[in-house]
Design a protein around this ligand. Structure first.
Ligand code: ATP
Length: 199
C-alpha cells in the first residue's frame, strides 16, 4: 500500500463505526474478557519516557493509523477481533487480538505488532529475523500463524506485521521494571539462562 492510500484511512473510513458492517464487535468474546476498542487509547496512555521521545499527539496519530489499517485487514474476519492496545514502544504499536474458534468463543490471544512509521519497518523486519534465529529459545516470544484469506494476507503484508504469542504475565522488560530496583542490574547469568534454555 502506498502512503497516499494510507493517509486516507481516517475515522470516516473506520469500518467499526458502521453499525451494519460485518466488522466483529470487539466485545464478541464476552466475559471474562473486558473487551475494549484499542481506539480508546489516549495521549496519557503513553509513558513519560515515550512522550519525551516524541510528540505524544504525533505518536498517537501514527499509532491510530496503524490500528485503522489493521482493523481494515480484519474487518470481515469472523476469526480475529481486536481486544485492546498493549502499548506503544519506541518504534511500534502492539495490539492484542482475540482469535475465535468455530463457535465464536475466544480460543487464543495474539499480539499484532507494527512499526509506528514506515521508517521503522526495518526495525520490525530485524526483530522478525532475531525472533526466527531464537525460535527454539524457551523464554523468547514466538511468532504464531495467522489464518487469513489471500486478500487479507496481501493487505496484512503491506506493512510488516509481527504476529506473536501473548505474554500474559508481561514482558521481560516489564518484569525488570517492576521487580528490579533501579540501582540494581539483572545478573548476566540469568539473562543468558533465558536465551540458552531450549524448547
Ligand atoms: N507479545 C507480547 N505480549 C504482551 N505484551 C506485549 C507483547 N509485545 C509487546 N507487548 C507490550 O506492548 C508494549 C509495546 O511493545 P513494543 O515491542 O512495540 O515496544 P517496546 O519493546 O517497549 O519498545 P521498542 O519499540 O523500542 O522495541 C510493550 O512495552 C509491552 O508492554
Amino acid at each position: 500500500m502506498d502512503r497516499g492510500k494510507e493517509k486516507d484511512l481516517g475515522e470516516a473510513n473506520d469500518p467499526g463505526k458502521d453499525k451494519n458492517s460485518a466488522y466483529p464487535d470487539p466485545g464478541k468474546f464476552g466475559d471474562p474478557l473486558e473487551a475494549k476498542d484499542p481506539f480508546q487509547l489516549k495521549p496519557e496512555d503513553l509513558t513519560e519516557e515515550q512522550t519525551w521521545q516524541a510528540d505524544a499527539t504525533g505518536k498517537l496519530a501514527s499509532a491510530r493509523k496503524r490500528y485503522f489499517h489493521l482493523k481494515q485487514v480484519f474487518w470481515k474476519s469472523a476469526r480475529y477481533a481486536p481486544i485492546t492496545t498493549l502499548g506503544i514502544g519506541g518504534h511500534g504499536i502492539a495490539i492484542l487480538y482475540g482469535e475465535a474458534d468455530t463457535d465464536g468463543k475466544l480460543a487464543n490471544r495474539i499480539v499484532m505488532k507494527r512499526a509506528l512509521h514506515r521508517d521503522f519497518n526495518l526495525s520490525i523486519r530485524k526483530e522478525r529475523r532475531w525472533l526466527r534465529t531464537l525460535s527454539r529459545a524457551m523464554h523468547i516470544v514466538q511468532e504464531v500463524p495467522v489464518y487469513v484469506s489471500p486478500e487479507e494476507r496481501q493487505k496484512l503484508d503491506n506493512f510488516p506485521t509481527l504476529c506473536l504469542e501473548y505474554l500474559q504475565g508481561g514482558t521481560l522488560l516489564s518484569f525488570v521494571n517492576d521487580k528490579i530496583p533501579r540501582d540494581k542490574t539483572i545478573p548476566s547469568r540469568l539473562l543468558w539462562s533465558f536465551l540458552l534454555c531450549r524448547r
